[in-house]
Design a protein around this ligand. Sequence first.
Ligand code: PEP
Ligand code: MG
Length: 591
Amino acid sequence: MTFSIHGLAVSRGISIGRAVLVASSRADVAHYFVEVDKIDAEITRVRVARNAVTDEITRLQKDLPKDAPHELAALLDVHLMLLQDESLISGVKHWITDRYYNAEWALTTQYEIIARQFDEMEDEYLRERKADLEQVVERILRSMKGVGSPVQPLNRPGSGRKSQQDLLLDDTTDVPLVLVAHDISPADMLQFKQSVFTGFATDVGGKTSHTAIVARSMDIPAVVGARSASQLIKQDDWVIIDGDAGVLIVDPSPIILAEYGFKQRQGELERERLNRLKNTPSLTLDGQRVELLANIELPEDTAGAVKAGAVGVGLFRSEFLFMNRESKGLKRLPNEEEQYQAYRQAIEGMHGLPVTIRTVDIGSDKPLDRNDRGQETHLNPALGLRAIRWSLADPPMFLTQLRAILRAAAHGQVNLLVPMLAHASEIRQTLSLIDQARAMLDSQGTPYGPVRLGAMIEIPAAALTLKLFLRYFDFLSIGTNDLIQYTLAIDRADEAVAHLYDPCHPAVLRLIADTIAECNAQGKGVSVCGEMAGDVAMTRLLLGLGLRSFSMHPSRILAVKQQVVRADAGKLQSWAAQVLASEEPAALLLD
Ligand code: PEP
Ligand code: MG
């Protein structure tokens, strides 16, 4: 039966596919398809791992000391039994053989299905066996880690574009897949970037949560804050993700499917139309040049930025280099050389265009490691040790990053951007550490380059003390995501208060307008690098307020350019002043 679930629209477009439910803790498992002739080898990988785990547990059992508690032996028996469980074995085989899932994906998919069955059991003892199953699966996964897959990530064998009719007829393989999860950390989201999924839905998250930001950067339809989606949707259900309306439609009827298929096609045509703007200069009707820059998470993203026609990187969120390293068996923090190589790669990827590297912004909804529980022990992580506060609390770590950025600056134009500054003392400490980093490189005789220094304006206190910031920095970049969060006291990642997260609140607009005006008056560079910059509903207003530099996900650049080339910036000025003075600015934006 068809039903719908409402959430928040975070990434535009329509995706239609079968649901793949992924538990948050399993998001780091690789998801790819195997080629038909490698299916047996993939099944063998699971079998070998399962046998190894069986041997391991049997050995454990044999070596149990005589006085070991009786429960321990019984527990190992249960684990051995689960290892032989027919539904686990046949299910894994099914996902590999019939759906071409790689071994780890097949195993975790089948685990999710059996785990749900355990959840529904009346008997408490049986219900609790879910934890044992999880441990068994965990052991098999660990054992498989030692045995690399003989196959490379691939597109699904024989995959191609399917018509709506094909989708209805084809009930098994060769159909698009959409990912449904309770929550996905921003770093885990990142690893789905090149994945097989054509859409995403999560139970939690706000429009500008970092998970949503990464989903948007992938330019595929996504809905977050869909509350109990991961409970209501079952593995393999047909789901439509409507990223424009923020709605999930589960088990759609053929008529609904046809209607959304039509919308999907319309979206594709719109994209094709926008593509024609690629080589059009970004000039307003009255000849004002508007700089359209890219936000990136990883050095590899520069390829997409160049392709979209970005004239530089306005925000490289360097923290993504720092995240989830321990889960990958790496040292907790990247060293100077690793960082230098990554920044250099980004700079070279932009072929001479400027790159703005933001110093690490760890904390709040971007934990260092998915297993890092530290954040949860703080009542208000968004108000806690985050961004520059985190960096200043660990000077050796910060110096390492600063040296790496300065060294990379020898290879191209680099702007160094500092997040979340609010206090004069923080500014002084930051600048002094930058001087120290230079001095260290000097004393080693290591070459480095010049950087322009910028500060993010994302705390109201900063927006209210602009003169201080402009005394020390060459340019400012307005982080509207946080500026809105901190001005309105709304957690940007909490879907429960998402309706109050209002980019058009008069207080927010006032802070943005004053920042742009002050920078323009002093001849200093100013850009917006929060999600507002890529929101076409805001382009005219920002132009009217005097903004000439926008930084956004590459996928948004052409849509924003379309607004720019249709706008008369001079005429928009007086209209923007009216919007600013209004009690309900959002209503005027619709005009
Ligand atoms: C912002 O706050 O607007 C911003 C660009 O930084 P982030 O989204 O990474 O916090
Ligand atoms: Mg921010």
